[in-house]
Design a protein around this ligand. Structure first.
Ligand code: 3H9
Length: 699
């Protein structure tokens, strides 16, 4: 006899003779929100009290098994029943419970499976514990039950990397028991029958013992202290896994306490903001319209940027026609692309066969006319409006109707570029970040006349390249470079006023930047900024305090950083050492300018840097260059190495608060009232009691 009943809106039971099926149906990803938790608990309790089923099989409807706890509930008052209690009840069920996993079983979803008495994976399944990416640790038994099945090493790898593994790898490790093909419900029925027939063994995971590995735990803990000193949850993961040798109930207590501690950290807030922000940037009407098909891309310029963009397109399976003006430039471009692809092979991102296919899809050419059949052209030549005008005028006559004409300019006016064509609606900015095949940010710059369809194509193209597309309006530097130019001045002032470049770098590395700004300058080449400063010298307002005379003087010595062996640091060996002659230049300048050096603590350095970044970020929102605060935050996370766990400059602004920010800026303005000004939007938000998170919701 078959009976079906809905336990609640997300959970239903179907009983077919001795077999009870529990179906989880909570689209889009079956996250274990309150109804799922309550429904699972009620279903298992109900089936155990009726005691007329011999086996229970849990499966999920839709595209995936459970993708974890419902992240949207985090940060709000917790709602009972709690996930660990539900899973303990499942493990304690007198009737054996099995789980059928398809798609992805992640975090709490995988932990649900671990609490059942056997796990069946369907082909294509991935399982993982990605909580670390959210500033958390597995909090519903993952650190206790997975070591019992697959060992401490496998658990540490999975929980510390946050990366899912294939079903094959999970099977080999013992994390799942079988790997089969089929539809989840059909497999649930078949496997339940096997349990009844005695051909599929079941046992509570908690009954198994963990082989302790003290050496591995110690080595892992030491490595983390070196590599991830800023992060909270990875260290807690090691502590929790270490507790898996205790009886299950005791180990679960250790895990729960660590999970609750991680929940309280601002890192959790920053990382969850990043998770939703990455998705929110393209959740706008501009990204959702009809897009044009892009089957072939043309790239003009075989320099670092052009080659990087070409690599990104080839990696996404798009054929590329690469245009250069001279053979040696073209050869260099092809060589760079080949090197980039080889790098991808070395990093395990590409097979040799795919690399060969990518290179076969690259057509180098010296003739612009060869762009006649491409669907999208990306111009990536050096920053000269005259050169760009000339190129876009030619493209207008060469390219087919409906082709999209994009510029990778970092600063220049897209409207002026579009005006050189008879089709400004087809023109937009696609601003990549170096190295373009690695960095995930793509600023999609909307010109005054860019057609909605062209903009939507920009977003679809970003997605195809696995990049994070962020909408920006035209201005000098768009979102990212405009804000960077502003806070770079604050860095210059800190050095002029008394901090050493190394002190600034150390303080900001302490904040979580991978490299301080002076080390980055040395790496990129100090001559780049110098050339830019010389080019724009006549635009400088003489009333503004000049922020980087020391940088000019260092460049005048021919010290451009790593490539010349010295800059802010010297590079005799791999490790940068402070360059005493650069320090002398800075000290001499301070005397010439009559500056009495101040002492800046690391905290003060970070505060000034971050506040300068926040001020210009607010102005970018104020004048509409960026749509919402979250767009600015994602630009900095995906294009500028802002520490992900800090969520972005405007997420940080919410942590500081409008009042404290205004007070800070007004305090700095006592020294330099031209540079430090409180944006009107900040004052308005303060008066209205608004946060940047509120602005995100409103936009
Ligand atoms: C956890 O489990 C803690 C436990 O250990 C202990 C607890 C006590 N919750 O990514 P997509 C939304 S922590 C709520 O575009 P895809 C997502 O925002 C959790 N919502 O699809 C999006 O919404 P919208 C550990 C979620 O196919 C929509 O679903 N788990 C959740 O490219 C589609 O998502 C994770 O960290 C969630 N858990 O990728 C897994 N997940 O349409 C996080 C997704 O409004 N999730 N949404 O923009 C993922 O990695 C990917 O979403 C997944 C699908 C691979 C599942």
């Amino acid at each position: 006899m078959t009976t079906s009943s809905a336990v609640n809106a997300n959970i239903s039971i179907e009983q077919l003779g001795d077999i009870a099926l529990i179906c989880i149906d909570n689209p889009p990803v079956n996250a274990s929100g309150q109804l799922v938790r309550q429904g699972l608990l009620d279903a298992v309790t109900q089936l155990n009290s009726a005691a007329d089923a011999k086996v229970i099989a849990i499966y999920a409807a839709g595209r995936t098994f459970v993708a974890g706890a419902d992240i949207k509930e985090f940060g709000k008052p917790p709602l009972e029943p709690y996930l660990p209690d539900v899973f303990n009840a499942i493990e304690a069920s007198a009737i054996p419970v099995i789980s059928i996993l398809h798609g992805t079983a992640l975090g709490g979803g995988f932990e649900l499976a671990l609490s059942t008495h056997a796990r069946i994976g369907l082909k294509g399944l991935k399982v993982g514990l990605p909580e670390v990416n959210l500033g958390l640790l597995p909090g519903a038994g993952g650190t206790q039950r997975l070591p019992r099945l697959a060992g401490m090493g496998f658990t540490l790898d999975m929980a510390l990397s946050g990366k899912p593994v294939s079903a094959e790898a999970a099977l080999e490790a013992g994390a799942i028991d079988r790997l089969v093909e089929g539809d989840p419900r059909d497999v649930a029925l078949a496997m339940a029958q096997e349990v009844i027939d005695g051909t599929l063994a079941t046992r509570p995971t908690g009954s198994l013992q963990v082989a302790a590995d003290e050496t591995l735990l110690e080595e892992t803990a030491n490595k983390l202290r070196m590599k991830q000193p800023h992060l909270f949850s990875p260290h807690k993961i090691v502590e929790a896994v270490a507790a898996s040798t205790l009886p299950l109930a005791e180990g679960l207590k250790v895990e729960r306490a660590a999970f609750m501690d991680a929940m309280q950290t601002p890192q959790r807030g920053g990382l969850i903001h990043a998770f939703f922000g990455e998705r929110a940037v393209s959740n706008i009407p501009e990204a959702k319209g009809d897009a044009r098909d892009i089957a072939k891309v043309g790239i003009i310029g075989g320099g670092t940027m052009g080659s990087g963009i070409a690599t990104a397109c080839l990696l996404a399976g798009l054929p590329v026609r690469l245009i250069e003006v001279a053979q040696d430039g073209l050869d260099r471009g092809v060589a760079t692309i080949t090197k980039n692809l080889e790098g991808a092979v070395k990093r395990g991102k590409l097979t040799q066969a795919k690399k060969a296919a990518a290179l076969a899809a690259l057509e180098p050419s010296l003739a612009m006319e060869d762009l006649a059949d491409v669907d999208l052209v990306i111009e990536a030549v050096f920053e000269s409006m005259d050169v760009k005008r000339d190129i876009f005028g030619k493209l207008d006559t060469i390219c087919k109707d409906g082709a999209i004409l994009a510029s990778n300019t970092s600063y220049l006016d897209i409207n002026e570029i579009a005006a050189c064509t008879s089709r400004p609606g087809d023109v937009l900015g696609l601003h990549f970040f170096s190295p373009a095949h690695v960095m995930r940010l793509l600023e999609i710059v909307q010109g005054a006349e860019t057609a909605p369809e062209v903009l939507a194509t920009g977003f679809a193209f970003a997605k195809r390249l696995k990049k994070v597309g962020v909408l920006a309006q035209v201005c000098d530097g768009f979102i990212g470079n405009r804000i960077m130019n502003h806070y770079a001045k604050a860095v210059g002032y800190l050095v002029l006023d008394g901090a050493s470049p190394a002190e600034v770098d150390q303080a900001l590395e302490g904040f979580g930047l991978a490299m301080g700004p002076h080390k980055v300058g040395d790496l990129a080449g100090l001559d780049i900024g110098w050339a830019n400063r010389k080019r724009t010298a006549d635009q400088r307002d003489p009333a503004d305090r000049y922020a980087t005379p020391h940088a000019d003087r260092i460049c005048e010595q021919g010290w451009f950083g790593r490539k010349t062996g010295s800059g802010y640091y010297t590079y005799e060996d791999k490790h940068p050492k402070v360059n005493p002659e650069a320090i002398k230049i800075i000290e001499d300048l301070r005397s010439e300018l009559g500056i009495t050096p101040q002492d800046f603590s690391a905290e003060e350095i970070v505060d000034r840097y971050l506040t300068a970044m926040i001020v210009e970020s607010i102005r970018v929102i104020e004048d509409g260059t960026a749509k919402r605060p979250v767009d600015v935050d994602m630009v900095f996370l995906f294009g500028y190495g802002f520490p992900r766990f800090r969520g972005g400059p405007l997420h940080q602004a919410d942590q500081i608060g409008t009042k404290a920010l205004i007070k800070r800026i007004e305090g700095y303005a006592v020294e330099d009232a031209r540079y430090w000004q409180v944006p009107q939007l900040l004052r308005d938000m303060d008066a209205a009691g608004q946060t940047f998170a509120d602005l995100n919701k409103k936009a």
